[in-house]
Design a protein around this ligand. Structure first.
Ligand SMILES: Cc1ncc(COP(=O)(O)O)c(C=O)c1O
Length: 392
């Protein structure tokens, strides 16, 4: 009997899912750089436009290369449907616009990516959607914040940069117990489906910034929404068709190829990060290390249960505040001073004055972003060279 792609293991899905060979018999996926598609007749065109016949019309709606990426990622997340978007933020926007209307309420963790926070408080608030922010780790806070008009619950886990863990199963359960119509949305950018599959733990939708580990070499900006046929295959698809924050075929090709090596890259990057975290734990000038696979992590047990590995991001606080943090960052010779992550190259950043610079002092204090905090997103160099580059 012919096996379905879902019967294969993750590393096989990462390499093989989504590809349909053309009549040319190509081994690797081609890039369909075409904005529109032609029809055999006016009648067939009419049938496509009326959605009576399946098939491509225009690359704002569907494109074969984008479809390879979407099907591959859907298989890895264990989902029915996936839609590629022009960026990770476009994926978040698509979920908000397709799933919310004026008068709706969102509960979000405080510790989300800055632009996600601004999208909710700035843009969505202008359209009459209110958001309550809660402590990711307090289940009581999530429960208390849900209102009769709550339609979406949103969080990242682990968080950037402090690597706090949100209990996906528990938050999904309490949200659905309050109202089965609430969509539980998890940004799975830091873990990727290789380390955790939020849908299998009860979440409804997964968001990705493909820009990070999925690309894996810091080349393209893109994103994805992953979930069921009803919401993603219907509502998100029709939002994309109308509003158009679509993924380009070239970027989709880069991401599809990135997925092929994602299991290997994540495995090595996690091992390298763990080695760095263990080393930093023994450095006298380091006040605290934040890494989920260290027993000192406040949610070590949950991380062990929920994630296959600790991830590739290590944050730590140096003694001496901003001056000491900047001195250490500026003394590096190998590491790249940039705020992107998920690259083969290890990056180093000072969240207080970069990724979180626009946050108020109060919010930074609430989220624990101190002036001595440094985030290292570990890549694929020899971990000993990364360790040697951090001269205290
Ligand atoms: C956790 C997380 N979510 C979403 C985004 C937004 O993704 P993009 O930059 O692809 O729009 C980022 C980007 O840094 C991120 O780190």
């Amino acid at each position: 009997m012919k096996k379905a792609m879902s019967d294969y293991r993750p590393a096989t899905k990462a390499v093989r899912a989504g590809q349909e060979r053309t009549h040319e018999g190509e081994h690797s996926e081609p890039i369909f750089t075409t904005s529109s598609f032609v029809f055999e007749s006016a009648e067939r065109a009419a049938a496509r436009f009326a959605l009576e016949e399946e098939g491509n019309i225009y690359s704002r709606f569907t494109n074969p290369t984008v479809r390879v990426f979407e099907q591959r990622l859907a298989e890895l997340e264990g989902a029915q449907a996936c839609v590629g978007t022009g960026s990770g933020m476009a994926a978040m926007l698509a979920v908000c616009m397709a799933g919310l209307k004026a008068g709706d309420h969102v509960v979000s963790s405080y510790s989300v990516f800055g632009a996600s926070h601004t999208l909710l408080t700035g843009i969505m608030a202008n359209f009459g959607v209110q958001t309550t922010f809660v402590d990711l780790t307090s289940l009581d806070a999530w429960r208390d914040a849900i209102l009769p008009n709550t339609r979406m619950v949103f969080f990242e886990t682990p968080t950037n940069p402090l690597m706090e863990i949100g209990d996906i199963a528990a938050i999904s359960e309490l949200a659905h117990a309050a109202n089965p119509d609430i969509k539980v949305v998890v940004d799975n950018c830091f873990c990727t489906p290789i380390l955790q599959q939020p849908l299998s733990l009860g979440a409804d939708l997964v968001l990705h910034s493909a820009t990070k580990f999925i690309d894996g070499q810091g080349r393209c900006v893109g994103g994805a929404v992953v979930g069921d046929e009803e919401f993603v295959g219907d509502k998100i698809v029709s939002f994309m068709r109308t509003a158009g924050p679509s993924m380009s075929p070239f970027n989709a090709w880069v991401f599809a190829k990135g997925l092929e090596t994602l299991p290997l890259r994540m495995s090595q990057a996690c091992a390298n990060a763990k080695q760095l975290a263990e080393h930093l734990s023994g450095v006298a000038q380091v006040e605290k290390v934040y890494y989920p696979e260290l027993e000192s992590h406040a949610q070590y047990d949950l991380a062990q249960r929920q994630q296959r590995k600790g991830g590739a991001v290590v944050s730590f606080e140096v003694k001496g505040g901003r001056e000491a943090a900047w001195k250490l960052i500026d003394s590096t010779q190998l590491l790249s001073i940039t705020s992107n992550l998920g690259d083969t190259r290890t990056t180093i950043t000072h969240p207080y004055t970069s990724t979180h610079a626009r946050w108020s002092e109060e919010n930074k204090a609430l989220a624990g972003i101190s002036e001595g905090l440094i985030r290292v997103a570990v890549g694929l160099e020899d971990p000993l060279d990364v360790i040697d580059d951090l001269v205290f």
